[in-house]
Structures are given as C-alpha cells and as structure tokens.
Design a protein around this ligand. Structure first.
Ligand SMILES: N[C@@H](CCC[C@H](N)C(=O)O)C(=O)O
Length: 277
C-alpha cells in the first residue's frame, strides 16, 4: 500500500477559474500521484470526475510550491494560468500571506493578493519560432495558415486568430484542425479573438489536449500579446471569455493576469476507482 493510496482513498479538490475547471491534488509532503492513465480516466466526465486540467501541487526547493499540469487526454501541459490562479488562492487562504512563488515547467511565477484579487505573472511571451515551438523557422507574427494567425508561447504553444465576429466561428472544427497542423510539432492551443475596443477583447478557445473550454489563462495572455503586437489594442485589456472575464496587463516584467476563482468541492477517489486504472 503506498503512502497516498491508503484505505480512505485519494483526496482532491475541484476548482474553476472563469469556468476553466480543474481537479487539484495537494501532494506536498508525499510522493506525486498523477500518472497519464489517472489523468485520462479522471478527465473523462462520464467515467471519472471531469476537468479541463489536472494540477498537482508539490514541494519545491526553489519556490513556495511546484505545480504540474495535465490535460484531460492525459497529455502534459507546460502552463495553465487559471489553475495557477486557483492554486494561488488556495495557498493564500491557507497561509494568510499576500505574495508567493510557484515553480512551473517554464520557471518560477509570482502570485500576489491585491484587494482580494489573485494576480499571477505568467512571464514574458515567447515569440521566436523555436520557443513556441514551430516546426521550422518562420515569422511568428504571421503564420502561413488561412486567417493569418500569430504564434505565441506562454510556456505552451498558442495560435491566435483575429476575426470580425467570434460567435460565427466554428471553434471545434477550426480549433481541432489547427491543433494538429504540422506547423506545430507539439500541437497547439487555438484562440479566436474579436477586438471590441483598444482595451477590450472577446475570445473563444480550443485547448490542446482538452477541446473547447470556457476560458484559458495562458490563451488569454497569448491573445493580449498578439493584439498588442499587431497594434490592435493597448497592452492592458479586459477579456470576455465564455465563462466570464479576465484582465491582462503586459508589463516589462511579464504578462499579469487576474480573474475569478471558485473552490467548488472537496472529495475522495475511492480505492476501487484507483485500482481500476
Ligand atoms: N487552461 C489553461 C491552459 C491549459 C494547457 C493547454 N491545454 C496546453 O496543453 O497547453 C490555462 O488557463 O492557461
């Protein structure tokens, strides 16, 4: 019997940020529990719990905590902005602190609690073709695809399309096609953005490894960066996503994001479920 799979099963939390929903394991002080098989089964909304991403909190020597992310198809994600905000909220509530650091695959991110809102610095965008990554050298500001998207890395790949009417886009059909386009050796997240004003964007998203979601934090950051780079907006914008609103501010030290977080419930995976994997 492992230290985490005891007779009471495996505890987890369910959170969401603007409708982007997460299963979160707090694995501080114990071995990590997530495997690809666990993520894939748990991510199934009929045979598991259902989530857009699974996040596992771990001890860190170089930050307050470390965070690992999985998509619902069992693949790993290098970044997840909304889960990072939810975990920061959980840790702020637990500790009473108002600043902390979180190590993710792309480095140490800073989170701050300001007037009750959680702000996370998602770092500087990656704009070189091999950072995104793309399959060969090219201009990341204008990819050779219908719709003239821009590629932006936020620790994970994004392709941002600007459209006149986002409600008219078939996000599932176009998103799936772009996710698997050979331009993206690690597949990609896909955002469709309608610029409403110099400080406001409406965005819908197709997430790599998950599909349509109600929000995507790193996708919101990538969209804000693409819009500002193309001169369509200022560097500080409000963004309406299907699940609510996010605020993005691309500063000299990185892209800061804030938005809502909600702790939905706590529960325990049964031994029978864990044994069936
Ligand atoms: N929902 C996330 C992004 C999730 C990761 C993505 N599907 C990937 O594979 O890169 C967010 O809030 O950033």
């Amino acid at each position: 019997m492992s230290t985490v799979r005891d007779q009471t099963g495996l505890a987890f939390m369910k959170w969401h940020g603007a409708g982007n929903d997460f299963v979160i394991f707090d694995s501080r002080g114990r071995d990590a529990v997530t495997t690809e098989a666990l993520a894939r089964r748990l991510g199934n909304r009929h045979r598991g719990v259902g989530f857009d991403q699974l996040a596992e909190i771990r001890d860190s020597d170089t930050a307050d905590v470390e965070l690992d992310f999985w998509n619902s198809d069992g693949s790993r994600a290098g970044a997840c902005g909304n889960a990072t905000r939810c975990v920061a909220r959980y840790l702020f509530d637990e500790s009473g602190r108002d600043a902390l650091t979180i190590r993710t695959e792309r480095g140490v991110l800073e989170a701050r609690l300001i007037d009750g809102d959680v702000h996370v610095n998602m770092g500087q965008p990656q704009t070189m073709w091999d950072e995104v990554p793309l399959s060969k050298p090219m201009d990341t500001e204008h990819l050779p695809l219908d719709g003239d998207p821009m590629a932006v890395g936020m620790g994970n790949p994004h392709a941002v399309f600007f459209v006149d009417d986002v409600s008219a886009v078939d996000v599932a059909e176009r998103g799936r096609a772009v996710e698997f386009d050979p331009l993206f050796p690690q597949r990609t997240n896909v955002e469709f953005a309608e610029v409403r004003a110099r400080d406001e964007i409406r965005m819908r998203v197709w997430e790599r490894g998950t599909g349509i979601t109600l929000a995507c934090g790193s996708g919101a950051c990538a969209t804000a960066v693409a819009a500002a780079t193309r001169g369509l907006t200022e560097r500080s914008v409000r963004m309406e996503v299907d699940g609510g609103w996010l605020a993005l501010d691309w500063r000299d030290d990185g892209v800061w994001m804030t938005g809502p977080t909600a702790h939905v419930f706590d529960a325990v995976l049964t031994e029978a479920f864990l044994e069936s994997l």
